[in-house]
Design a binder for this molecule. Structure first.
Ligand SMILES: Cc1cc2nc3c(=O)[nH]c(=O)nc-3n(C[C@H](O)[C@H](O)[C@H](O)COP(=O)(O)OP(=O)(O)OC[C@H]3O[C@@H](n4cnc5c(N)ncnc54)[C@H](O)[C@@H]3O)c2cc1C
Length: 268
């Protein structure tokens, strides 16, 4: 696997066209969309927080950039607005080599049904809510960002619900018993997902109170936490405010080196 700065990128990648095979409301604020199709034979699962770019069709259908090299973004931005697909970022929740809904590989994607300031669903959330078998989408693999240094003796994972798939993916991919404290903020306690218990790992589900800004409850929980001593590695993602708030706190108040914190604003 190629390591490219703060990401571990897939060695080879291309734009893949997949189809929806199933959609299920799994909790009050989450919809799970399962995608499949022969093109997914070209998708290499990496586990952890593996993420990808997701492209949704316009009313003129699904057109994707032809290039997979570093020039794809320029090509994407040069596409006319009327045919340029809606591009967003999502996480592999599960990958199955043999599908449960049909033959061949499948990917599950857990979409948060979040609203914008006007109370409307964002385009990707709305697409997921309404997705039906046969609907097409494009995906482009981006790899993983969870890269703990060998020296880290414990780990901290923090996120809001948009990072729930990534944190649960990280917990499910690590085979060791390194002490891990995970803080996941959800709007509704019923959005919490089952996590396989593992020695050394504690998952703290934090519920956002009515009227509080997304991320504030998780940040407050981390600030109040009694965390292990010794060199740690932290991974934080979710709203920009949460991701940067966690990093600032760890570096300013907990003695973390900046290189020991991977933080990603998943939305703003
Ligand atoms: C690497 C990576 C992996 C991600 N993985 C996932 C994933 O697996 N599941 C998932 O649901 N999201 C994930 N996200 C976040 C997702 O890409 C964003 O939430 C995205 O903005 C949703 O697109 P949209 O079209 O629904 O809304 P947009 O059109 O992008 O946004 C519409 C409005 O909603 C607000 N908004 C956007 N997202 C949220 C949110 N989560 N909560 C509250 N308000 C929001 C925006 O501020 C904006 O006002 C990931 C992001 C990154 C960078």
């Amino acid at each position: 696997m190629a390591k490219d700065g703060k990401y571990r990128k897939p060695e080879r990648r291309e734009f893949l066209v997949a189809q929806v095979v199933a959609r299920k409301r799994i909790s009050p604020n989450f919809v799970r969309v399962t995608i499949g199709g022969p093109a997914l034979n070209g998708f290499r699962p990496m586990g952890y927080d593996q993420w990808f770019r997701l492209f949704l069709p316009t009313d003129k259908g699904l057109r994707l950039p032809r290039r997979s090299s570093g020039l794809w973004m320029a090509e994407y931005l040069l596409m006319p607005r009327s045919t340029r697909p809606i591009g967003r970022n999502y996480t592999v929740r599960h990958h199955r080599t043999e599908g449960t809904y049909g033959e061949g590989p499948e990917l599950d994607i857990d979409f948060v049904l979040h609203e914008d300031a006007k109370g409307e669903l964002g385009p990707a959330a709305k697409w997921a809510r309404d997705a039906a078998p046969g609907d097409e989408l494009g995906i482009f693999d981006e790899g993983i960002t969870f890269l703990p240094p060998e020296s880290a003796r414990w780990r901290l994972l923090v996120g809001d619900e948009s990072a729930l798939p990534a944190i649960v993916g990280i917990l499910g991919s690590t085979a060791d018993t390194v002490r891990t404290e995970a803080y996941i903020e959800v709007r509704d306690p019923a959005d919490a997902q089952a996590v396989e218990p593992r020695e050394g790992t504690t998952v703290h589900w934090v519920t956002r109170g009515a009227g509080s800004q997304p991320g504030d409850a998780a940040l407050a929980a981390v600030r109040a936490a009694v965390l292990p001593d010794g060199p740690g590695y932290a991974w934080a993602a979710g709203g920009q405010r949460l991701a940067t708030g966690v990093r600032r706190h760890l570096v300013a108040d907990r003695g973390f080196g900046k290189e020991s914190v991977t933080f990603t604003g998943y939305w703003r």
